[in-house]
Design a protein around this ligand. Structure first.
Ligand SMILES: *[C@@H]1O[C@H](CO)[C@@H](O)[C@H](O)[C@H]1NC(C)=O
Ligand SMILES: *[C@@H]1O[C@H](CO)[C@@H](O)[C@H](O)[C@H]1NC(C)=O
Ligand SMILES: *[C@@H]1O[C@H](CO)[C@@H](O)[C@H](O)[C@H]1NC(C)=O
Ligand SMILES: *[C@@H]1O[C@H](CO)[C@@H](O)[C@H](O)[C@H]1NC(C)=O
Ligand SMILES: *[C@@H]1O[C@H](CO)[C@@H](O)[C@H](O)[C@H]1NC(C)=O
Ligand SMILES: *[C@@H]1O[C@H](CO)[C@@H](O)[C@H](O)[C@H]1NC(C)=O
Ligand SMILES: *[C@@H]1O[C@H](CO)[C@@H](O)[C@H](O)[C@H]1NC(C)=O
Ligand SMILES: *[C@@H]1O[C@H](CO)[C@@H](O)[C@H](O)[C@H]1NC(C)=O
Ligand SMILES: *[C@@H]1O[C@H](CO)[C@@H](O)[C@H](O)[C@H]1NC(C)=O
Length: 647
C-alpha cells in the first residue's frame, strides 16, 4: 500500500507538458517590456556631435565601434571574492584556418579564487578585437575536448569590434582539473578577396567564491566530451551525411544521473536551413537563383547504441553576415555570440550503459532530403554531464515510446509557369522514455518527455528571387525524477524572413530583407537548480548594393535597421531588461533596467546618434579583381544566397 501511495503522489506532481512557455512564465516579462523603461534606464539623449562614420576606410575615430549581442549577464555573488585568470591570448590571422590555438589549463590557486570546491560561479570573458574587412567566422572553444562556447564573429569595421561574457558554472567539473584549452577561429586573410582583418582574442575566466547568501551550486561531477577528441584541430563533428559523429563513452557504474548537452549549427549550404526549399519544389526554379534543397526541417538526434534517446529542434541562429549583413552591425541577432545549447536526459538509459564498458553516443542530423537527408554541413558536438554517487543504478526501462522519425508533412502548390510557388512543411514529435531505477536514493521512476511542434510556410515569387519564409518551432522537453522536476525546457521560436533578390543578378545589383525573430524560452537546467526565462523580440530590415561586375557579389553600400526588446528573469530574483535599436551602423537608442543592469549597462551615450549612423559604404576603387579564383566570387557558377558578404 505504502509504495502505491508514493507512486500516486509522484504521478500527481508531474507538471503538465506545455507546448510553449506558459503565460505565467512570460507574463512578468511581457508586462515589464510593455510598460517601457523607467527614466533612469535611458542611456542619454542623443549625442550632440555629428555621427561619426565608423565604416569608411579613412575613419580615424579612435574608439572602437562596440558590436554586441544582447544577453542576460551571468548571475554571480555580490560583494564576494573573485579572481580572474587568462586562459588564452591569440591572434587568428593568416594561416589560422583549421589551426586552433592551444593552451594548457591549470585550476587557479590564488587565495582570491577560493579553491576548487568553493566556486559559486565561473564566467568567461571572450574579447575579440578586429579591424578591417572580414566574413563572419565561426569560433568554438573547448576545455578538455568539451565545447564550452560557440560564437560567430562580428563583421569588423575600420574601427574595431569587441564582445562577450558567458556563465560557464555548469562546466565546473572541468575547471576543477588541469586540462587543455583549444580554440578554433578559422580565418582567412586574402588580398584578392579584400579580406584583411585578423581576430585578436583574449579569453579570461573569473572564479567567484561562494558567500553565505550564494552557496556553491550543485553541478555535475564528471563531464565527458561528445567530440572527435582531436588534439590539434577543432573538436566538433562536421556532419554532411546521415551517419553523424560517434563517441565511445564509458559511464562509471556509480552514476546516478546523466544529461547530454548539445551544440549544433548549420554551415555553408545548411547555414540558412530554415529557408531551404523542399526537393519536391526545387525544380520549379531556375538554378541561377541559388536556392538550396532538402527542405527546411532539421532535427539533431542523440542515438545511444543505435537507439534514439532524444532530439533537438534548434533555434535558428543568424550570424552577422546572415541574409543581409547590414542588419547585424552593430546589433547582432540573438545567439550569435553565444549559441544556445540543448539538453537530453539519458538517466532512463543508465541500467543499460553503466556497466563500465564502452557505449556509442552518436550525434546525427536528420533533414528532409533523399540520402543524405541534409546538405553540407552541420557543426555538432556535445558533452555528457554525470552526477556520481555510491551504488550502481539497477532497474529497467518500462516505456520506450519513440518513433525513429518525426511525423513530417510537405505540401505545396505552384501557379501557371511557376511564377508563384507556396510550400508548407509541418512536423510533430513526442518522445516518452520511462525507467524504474534503484540507486542511492532508493527506487524511483525517471521519465524523460518531449513534445515538439514545427511549421514552415514559404512563398516564392519572381522565379524564386523573392521569398517569404515563416517558421515556428515550439515545444517542451522535461524530465521528472521520483516526482521531482529534474530539468525543463519549454520554448517558442518564431522566425519570419522576407528576402528580395530580384536585382541580384544585375550590374550594380542589390538585395534586401526584412526579418522578425523571437526567442522565448524557460529553462530549468539540470543540476544548478535555477530556472530562467528569456524573451527576445527582434525586427530587422536592410539593403545591400553591389559592385558593377555581375557575379562579383561585392557589397559596396548598404543600410540596415534593427531593434530588439529583451527580457530575462530568474527564480533567484534577478532580472534584466533592454530596449535597444541600431540603424545604419550607428546606435539609435538603448535602455537597460532590472537588477543586473550594472553588469551590462547601455552603450555609452557618446555612441548614440539621432538618426543612427551613415550606413556602410566602400569606395569602388577598392573592388577586387574579377580574376579571383575564390569560388564565392566566381562568375561561372550560380551564386548561392548562402554565400554571405563581407562588409
Ligand atoms: C572583458 O575583458 C575586457 C578586456 O579583455 C574588458 O575590457 C572588459 O571590461 C571585460 N568585461 C567584463 C564584463 O568583465
Ligand atoms: C595532429 O595530431 C595527430 C594525432 O595525434 C597527428 O598525427 C598529427 O601529426 C598532428 N598534426 C599536427 C599538425 O600537429
Ligand atoms: C567505438 O567502438 C567501436 C566498437 O568497439 C569501434 O568499432 C569504433 O571504431 C569506436 N569508435 C570510435 C570513434 O572510437
Ligand atoms: C500562395 O499563397 C498566397 C498567399 O496565401 C496566395 O495568394 C497564392 O494564390 C498562393 N499561390 C499558389 C500558387 O498557391
Ligand atoms: C514548372 O516546373 C515544372 C516542374 O519542374 C516544369 O515541368 C515546368 O516546365 C515548369 N514550367 C515553366 C513554365 O517553367
Ligand atoms: C502545431 O502547429 C500547427 C501549425 O502551426 C498547429 O495548427 C497545431 O495546433 C500545433 N499543435 C500543438 C499541439 O500546439
Ligand atoms: C515583422 O513585424 C512587423 C511588425 O509586426 C510587420 O509589420 C512585418 O510585416 C513583419 N515582417 C515579416 C517579414 O514578417
Ligand atoms: C523586390 O525588389 C524589386 C526591385 O527593387 C521591386 O521592384 C519589387 O517590388 C520587390 N518585390 C517585393 C515583393 O517587394
Ligand atoms: C547604393 O548606391 C547606389 C548608387 O548610388 C544607390 O542607388 C543605392 O540606393 C545605394 N543602396 C543602398 C542600400 O544604400
Amino acid at each position: 500500500m505504502y509504495s502505491l501511495a508514493v507512486v500516486l503522489v509522484s504521478l500527481l506532481s508531474v507538471v503538465p507538458v506545455y507546448s510553449r512557455p506558459s503565460p505565467d512564465e512570460l507574463g512578468l516579462l511581457h508586462d515589464t517590456l510593455a510598460r517601457g523603461p523607467p527614466p533612469d534606464a535611458l542611456s542619454s539623449s542623443p549625442n550632440a556631435l555629428n555621427p561619426r562614420v565608423p565604416l569608411s576606410t579613412n575613419d580615424d575615430t579612435p574608439s572602437p565601434l562596440v558590436d554586441l549581442q544582447v544577453y542576460a549577464p551571468p548571475i554571480v555573488p555580490r560583494n564576494g571574492r573573485s579572481c580572474e585568470i587568462v586562459l588564452l591570448t591569440h591572434e587568428f590571422g593568416d594561416g589560422s584556418y583549421g589551426v586552433p590555438a592551444i593552451a594548457e589549463y591549470t585550476p587557479p590557486t590564488d587565495h582570491a579564487c577560493g579553491g576548487v570546491d568553493k566556486w559559486a560561479a565561473i564566467t568567461l570573458n571572450v574579447t575579440v578585437y578586429s579591424i578591417g574587412t572580414q566574413y563572419d567566422r565561426l569560433s568554438s572553444l573547448y576545455l578538455s575536448h568539451v565545447e564550452i562556447l560557440r560564437h560567430s564573429s562580428a563583421e569588423p569595421t575600420k574601427t574595431g569590434t569587441v564582445w562577450t561574457v558567458k556563465d560557464v558554472t555548469h562546466y565546473s567539473a572541468l575547471f576543477r582539473k588541469p586540462g587543455q584549452i583549444l580554440m578554433d577561429f578559422s580565418n582567412i586573410i586574402s588580398a584578392d578577396l579584400g579580406l584583411d582583418a585578423s581576430f585578436h582574442v583574449d579569453v579570461t575566466a573569473a572564479f567567484h567564491v561562494a558567500t553565505p547568501s550564494f552557496p556553491v551550486p550543485t553541478t555535475s561531477d564528471l563531464i565527458l566530451p561528445l567530440s572527435n577528441l582531436s588534439p590539434n584541430t577543432t573538436n566538433l563533428f562536421t556532419i554532411e551525411d546521415d551517419l553523424g559523429g560517434t563517441t565511445n563513452i564509458t559511464i562509471p557504474p556509480s552514476t546516478q544521473q546523466a544529461f547530454v548537452e548539445i551544440y549544433a549549427s548549420g554551415n555553408s549550404n545548411e547555414e540558412f536551413w530554415y529557408l531551404n526549399t523542399p526537393d519536391e519544389f526545387l525544380d520549379r526554379f531556375p538554378s541561377s537563383t541559388g536556392l538550396v534543397g532538402k527542405g527546411p526541417f532539421r532535427e539533431i538526434q542523440l542515438v545511444l547504441d543505435g537507439r534514439l534517446a532524444g532530439v533537438v529542434w534548434p533555434h535558428a541562429v543568424i550570424y552577422t553576415g546572415g541574409i543581409t549583413p547590414t542588419n547585424w552591425r552593430p546589433l547582432t541577432a540573438y545567439g550569435t555570440y553565444d549559441q544556445p545549447t540543448y539538453y537530453i536526459d539519458v538517466t532512463p538509459f543508465l541500467p543499460l550503459i553503466n556497466d563500465d564498458k564502452q557505449h556509442a553516443f552518436t550525434l546525427r542530423v536528420q533533414g528532409q532530403g533523399a540520402s543524405p537527408s541534409i546538405n553540407s554541413n552541420w557543426f555538432v558536438s556535445g558533452s555528457v554531464h554525470l552526477k556520481l554517487g555510491k551504488k550502481r543504478v539497477l532497474g529497467k526501462m518500462t516505456t520506450y515510446d519513440v518513433q525513429s522519425n518525426p511525423s513530417l508533412k510537405t505540401t505545396g502548390s505552384a501557379s501557371n509557369g511557376n511564377i508563384t510557388v507556396n510550400t508548407s512543411v509541418l512536423a510533430q514529435r513526442t518522445v516518452l522514455i520511462e525507467s524504474e531505477l534503484h540507486g542511492d536514493i532508493g527506487r524511483q521512476i525517471v521519465r524523460f518527455e518531449q513534445q515538439l511542434n514545427y511549421s514552415n510556410l514559404q512563398r516564392y515569387e519572381d522565379d524564386g528571387w523573392v521569398q517569404w519564409g515563416a517558421q515556428l518551432t515550439e515545444g517542451t522537453s522535461q524530465s521528472v525524477h521520483g516526482g521531482r522536476m529534474a530539468f525543463r525546457d519549454t520554448f517558442s521560436y518564431p522566425l519570419d524572413v522576407f528576402s528580395n533578390y530580384s536585382l541580384y543578378d544585375m550590374q550594380f545589383g542589390a538585395y534586401g530583407s526584412a526579418i522578425n525573430q523571437t526567442f522565448s524560452r524557460t529553462l530549468q537546467s539540470p543540476f544548478l537548480g535555477l530556472t530562467h526565462t528569456i524573451l527576445s523580440v527582434q525586427h530587422a530590415r536592410g539593403n545591400v548594393g553591389m559592385d558593377d561586375t555581375p557575379g562579383l557579389r561585392h557589397a559596396i553600400n548598404g543600410t540596415g535597421a534593427t531593434d530588439q526588446q529583451f527580457a530575462f528573469s530568474s527564480t533567484s530574483g534577478e532580472t534584466y531588461f533592454r530596449d535597444i535599436a541600431a540603424k545604419n551602423d550607428g546606435w539609435l537608442r538603448d535602455s537597460v533596467w532590472g537588477t543586473l543592469k550594472a553588469s551590462e549597462p547601455p552603450v555609452p551615450k557618446n555612441q548614440i546618434f539621432e538618426g543612427g549612423g551613415h550606413g556602410f559604404r566602400r569606395s569602388l576603387s577598392t573592388r577586387r579583381s574579377p580574376r579571383s579564383s575564390y569560388d564565392t566570387v566566381s562568375c561561372s557558377t550560380p551564386i548561392s544566397r548562402a554565400q554571405v558578404e563581407a562588409l
